[in-house]
Design a protein around this ligand. Structure first.
Ligand code: CTP
Length: 202
C-alpha cells in the first residue's frame, strides 16, 4: 500500500484545500493529513486563524479523500512521521516548491499545483475587513504597538504621522524598518486615510 502524507492549517476549508487532498490521494492508496495545531500555527507566525482546531479537524475528516487525520505540533515532525507511518509520498502545494526537498532522502516528494484564486488569507480578508490604523509617533511605543498589532487579525497599520522632518534620524530609522507604512505630511491627511489612530507619543 502506498501511503501519502500532506500537512496544512486548513482554516476556513475551501475548494483549494479539497482539490489538493483529492490530488494527493490520487498519488497513492491511503492519505494521511497532518493538521497544524493552534500553538504550532502561532509558533510559525499565523496568529489570525478563524476556525478552532476542532472545526479544522472536522472539516478535513469529512473530506472523502482523507483516510486518517493527525495533529502537527512541532518542528521536525514531518521527518518523524514519514518513518512512523511508513510513508511513500509526501505531497504539498507548489507554493512550497523546493522547501521540502530535504525529505527526498526518506520518500518521494511531490509539489501539487495550487488551485488559483482562493486562499484562507483571502477568505479571512473578506469576512473580516481590516481596520486601517494610523500611527502618531515613531519611537519605542510605536514599535511595541506594531508588534502587538501583528497578533490581531483585523488591524493593519497603514500610515504614520510625525512632526519631525523625513530626514530626522528616528523617522528615517522607522521608515527603513517599516517600508509598507508611508509617512503623511499632516494630521488632517492622516485622518482622511485611516479608520482610527494610535497615539504612540507621550
Ligand atoms: N492549497 C492549494 N490551493 C489553494 C490553497 C491551498 O493547493 N488555493 C494547498 C496548500 O498549498 C497546502 C494545503 O492546501 O498544501 C493547505 O494549505 P493552507 O496553508 O492551510 O491553506 P491556504 O489557503 O494556503 O492558507 P493561507 O492563505 O493562510 O496561507
Amino acid at each position: 500500500m502506498r501511503k501519502v502524507i500532506t500537512y496544512g492549517v486548513f482554516d476556513l476549508f475551501h475548494h483549494g484545500h479539497s482539490n489538493l487532498l483529492k490530488h494527493a490521494k490520487e498519488l497513492g492508496d491511503y492519505l494521511i493529513v497532518g493538521v497544524t495545531t493552534d500553538q504550532y500555527a502561532y509558533h510559525r507566525g499565523k496568529y489570525c486563524l478563524v476556525d478552532s482546531l476542532e472545526k479544522r479537524l472536522q472539516n478535513v475528516r469529512s473530506c472523502p479523500y482523507v483516510d486518517e487525520v493527525i495533529l502537527e505540533d512541532h518542528d521536525g515532525q514531518k521527518s518523524e512521521d514519514i518513518g512512523k507511518y511508513g510513508i511513500s509520498i509526501f505531497a504539498i502545494g507548489d507554493d512550497w516548491l523546493g522547501k521540502f526537498d530535504f525529505l527526498k532522502a526518506s520518500c518521494q516528494v511531490v509539489y501539487l499545483k495550487r488551485t488559483p484564486g482562493i486562499s484562507s488569507t483571502q477568505l479571512r480578508g473578506i469576512r473580516y475587513p481590516h481596520l486601517s490604523m494610523g500611527l502618531i509617533g515613531c519611537g519605542r511605543i510605536a514599535e511595541r504597538f506594531l508588534q502587538e498589532a501583528g497578533y490581531v487579525r483585523d488591524v493593519q497599520v497603514t500610515s504614520l504621522y510625525h512632526p519631525a522632518p523625513d530626514t530626522s534620524e528616528s523617522v528615517m530609522r522607522f521608515l527603513s524598518r517599516h517600508t509598507s507604512i508611508p509617512k503623511v505630511r499632516s494630521l488632517d491627511k492622516l485622518f482622511d486615510q485611516v479608520d482610527a489612530v494610535y497615539i504612540a507619543s507621550p
